[in-house]
Design a protein around this ligand. Structure first.
Ligand SMILES: Cc1cc2nc3c(=O)[nH]c(=O)nc-3n(C[C@H](O)[C@H](O)[C@H](O)COP(=O)(O)O)c2cc1C
Length: 303
């Protein structure tokens, strides 16, 4: 057996495979499909302070090798999450990471402060990069100053480690990554979905009620992989790679590019047990290649 553990410094994971926010519910919905104890971690659906209905339908469109979503961060809010979900997740030996949302800096801080009082959370992932809560796709992660401001406030007011989830919808992602690092983030998640759209040519209407949405799935993998590589050259903090992972080899590409761990998103909709298979195949790859500890492959790209 390979040692699949990875150490993010602020958090030790039993293996590098986590589920991506918004594609795995609050974790408990997937109990019929896989053993949550097998996962490195679960990033739960984004939480604002209060419950939110999200955007009106239609909210999902399939594209070649991809999915455009405009869910608009529907969620149950911190109180119901703490009362109904967290007590159930505590039974599982896996890292629970809460994806934190906010309409402004203060709301991000308020969500984290509320959850600080609850046990069973390993870290916060700051979702400053959702492209479908506003009609124009804007979010804090499009700008270095707003990224800095949100991270700085949450780091100053909350006690848990913070992972900042970046947007791919920028010209120079390394500038935003450096701003988040400078503001004190403990790690980076690279990245959220790509701003996208689809049109019905019969009606000439957008296929999504929100007009714009975020593209995910295999179509984006080469793009986010490139971003993980670029960010890894610049920062000194751990990176979690996200985008289009469907199999162990995708996860390995991200790790070789510099990611310490990965999140699997859209693939959970195709096969709800996919993460368990990826973990098994990572072990197989390491054994076949005489790698005793998977952490040894992080950032080992040969140029
Ligand atoms: C239906 C759906 C809902 C999502 N909801 C969230 C969310 O609540 N918070 C967040 O940070 N990212 C959210 N995402 C983005 C994913 O976490 C992930 O970053 C993105 O889908 C890319 O990974 P993938 O190609 O493996 O799906 C969502 C993605 C999808 C498809």
């Amino acid at each position: 057996m390979t040692d699949l553990a990875v150490d993010l410094g602020f958090l030790k994971l039993k293996n590098p495979v986590l589920t991506a926010s918004g594609t795995f519910g609050y974790g408990v919905e997937f109990l019929p499909f896989l053993d949550l104890n097998k996962l490195g971690g679960i990033v739960v659906k984004g939480l604002y302070f209060h419950p939110r209905p999200g955007n009106p339908p239609p909210r999902l469109v399939e594209t070649p090798s991809g999915l455009i979503n405009a869910i608009g961060l529907q969620g149950i809010g911190v109180e119901r999450f703490s009362e109904e979900i967290l007590p159930r997740l505590k039974d599982y030996d896996t890292a629970i990471i809460v994806n934190v949302c906010g309409d402004d800096e203060e709301e991000y801080a308020a969500v984290a402060e509320y959850l600080d009082k609850r046990e069973g959370i390993a870290a916060y992932e700051l979702n400053i990069s959702c492209p479908n809560t506003k009609r124009d796709g804007r979010c804090p992660a499009l700008n270095a100053d707003t990224t800095h401001a949100v991270v700085k406030l949450v780091k100053a007011t909350s006690k848990r480690p913070v992972i900042t989830k970046l947007s791919p919808n920028v010209t120079e992602i390394t500038e935003i990554a450096l701003a988040a690092q400078e503001a004190g983030t403990d790690g980076l998640a690279v990245a959220n979905t790509f701003l996208a759209m689809a049109i019905d040519v019969e009606t000439r209407r957008p296929k999504l009620a929100n007009i714009l949405g975020g593209l995910s799935g295999p179509a984006i993998k080469p793009l986010t992989l490139r971003m993980v590589y670029q960010v890894a050259q610049q920062v000194q903090i751990p990176i979690i790679g996200i985008g289009g992972i469907t199999k162990a080899h995708d996860a390995l590409e991200y790790m070789i590019a510099g990611a310490s761990a990965v999140e699997v998103g859209t693939a959970n909709f195709v096969d709800p047990g996919v993460t368990e298979k990826i973990i098994l195949d990572l072990d197989l790859y390491c054994r076949q290649n005489s790698i005793p500890r998977i952490a040894q492959i992080i950032g080992t790209l040969r140029i």
